[in-house]
Design a protein around this ligand. Structure first.
Ligand SMILES: Cc1ncc(COP(=O)(O)O)c(C=O)c1O
Length: 440
């Protein structure tokens, strides 16, 4: 989604972007592979693969030692922290690395929950992935009251009136997703953070699904915590947590005694996945270069090469490049969505859950779930898979949502998740394949 930071119109250098991802060249049964499984995990650029293997060849060691490979490891971690700080717009010591979003959230919920007890309330939403629900619901064991916010089933948008109603003077924390990994709705997290703050409560944002689609600015958002997973935005399988320094300093982590008590290390348990952390830096490098090429890929690019323009123009900061990359991704994904959704709605017997009105597409990302009469989501995903289209079926752990919409017992939905490396031609082929499968 565009934000105040994104001011200039830009276009995506799609052929360059696609050329960076070796996995996109695969074929299945003679069909080119089409990766529509981004919400479950995206592919990685070559530089991420190279950074992981380079780390294992040149720096492989534990951290904190007085010898070169260990010092190299410390440097790799520091560089990746700096890169993620630019990606989220915070300081390096506010970035915590972990195995994935779920483990980071269980760790945080246990530590934050140390301070809660009977009479305290936590507000959760039924639109969220279970990883931003179950870790907080577990605080009921301590006598904490859990309040849940409904969603409007027609468009699968968060019921903001209900949210305002559920937040009371007893609320200690509000946990909300930035975007739904099932129906693609983008929530008004600015307003949620504002309402939480007004009640004196902490805000905990799950940005796992939003991160590949929209710019995140934790400073502007002024949230207390935000979590994401790098494997959803073209990096390795890891999780990253932003926490305001004051909270990471004040709250008490569960930790082993000899490990560092410094912020943010006190929140990072045991030995980290150093090779993947090297890959995270390379992932942010990819975002940066994508943004740089985006800035250079306007009309001028027809007269001189992108490389020549990049060499001639002043170098944007890493954050500026990330902002430019997001602006270009937003425009590209919007165009794909405008093709995909009307095309799906024209298929007889198809029901799409979520926002379908193009005038409201700013409130959704390019993640779409459907059901088609007479065909289970598993059957559709299997048949599409045989034709080279990688899609998901089921609930994707958005369990409250599938239960509420009454589809949990019958296979959930078929999910089609587009990211920036998908093309218009892939969307057209997907629609043709679906029409062929359902015989229309
Ligand atoms: C919106 C959302 N939140 C949380 C998670 C859990 O992330 P992780 O696998 O990093 O624990 C996912 C994973 O699909 C997700 O889509």
């Amino acid at each position: 989604m565009p934000t105040a930071e994104q001011t200039h119109p830009t276009s995506l250098d799609l052929s360059w972007a696609r050329s960076q991802f070796p996995a996109l060249a695969q074929t299945i049964n003679g069909h080119p592979a089409v990766f529509l499984d981004g919400p479950g995990g995206t592919q990685v650029p070559r530089r991420v693969i190279d950074a992981i293997s380079d780390y294992l060849v040149r720096h492989n060691a534990n951290s904190g030692g007085a010898f070169p490979t260990s010092r190299g490891t410390d440097r790799v971690i520091a560089e990746a922290r700096g890169a993620m700080a630019d990606f989220l717009n915070c300081d390096s010591d506010e970035i915590v690395f972990g195995a994935n979003m779920t483990s980071l959230t269980y760790a945080m919920s246990r530590s934050i929950g140390r301070e809660f007890g009977p009479g305290d309330e936590v507000v959760l939403t039924l639109l969220d992935h279970d990883a931003n629900f179950a870790p907080w619901k577990a605080l009921e064991e301590k006598g904490v009251t859990i309040r849940t916010v409904k969603f409007n089933s027609a468009e699968c948008t968060l019921d903001m009136h209900d949210l305002a109603h559920q937040i009371t003077s007893h609320t200690c924390l509000v946990a909300v997703g930035f975007a739904s990994n099932a129906v693609g709705t983008v929530n008004d997290v600015e307003e949620v953070v504002r309402l939480a703050r007004q009640a004196g409560a902490l805000s905990y944002i799950d940005a796992v699904h939003y991160a590949p689609h929209g710019l995140i600015d934790v400073r502007a958002l002024d949230c207390d915590f935000l979590v994401c997973s790098t494997y959803k935005f073209f990096g390795p399988h890891m999780g990253v947590l932003y926490g305001k320094r004051e909270h990471l300093t004040r709250l008490r982590p569960y930790k082993v005694r000899p490990s560092s008590n410094d912020v943010p290390n006190r929140w990072e348990w045991g030995t980290l996945n150093h090779e993947c952390i090297a890959g995270i830096k390379a992932c942010v490098d990819y975002w940066e270069q994508l943004g740089q090429r985006t800035c250079g890929a306007g009309p001028m690019a027809r007269e001189s090469s992108v490389e020549a323009q990049l060499a001639a123009s002043p170098r944007p900061s890493r954050r500026e490049s990330i902002i430019a990359a997001h602006a270009a991704i937003h425009a590209h994904e919007r165009a794909l969505t405008e093709k995909l959704i009307p095309g799906l709605l024209a298929i007889p017997g198809l029901k799409l859950y979520g926002i379908t009105d193009p005038r409201r597409f700013d409130h959704r990302c390019a993640t779409v779930v459907v059901r088609i009469d007479g065909h289970s989501p598993l059957e559709l995903a299997t048949k599409l898979g045989e034709r080279g289209f990688f899609t998901w079926d089921g609930n994707y752990y958005a369990l409250n949502l599938t239960e509420q919409l009454g589809v949990e017992q019958s296979g959930g939905f078929l999910r089609l998740g587009l990211v920036h490396y998908n093309t218009m031609e892939e969307v057209e082929r997907l629609l043709a394949a679906l029409r062929e499968i359902v015989g229309s």
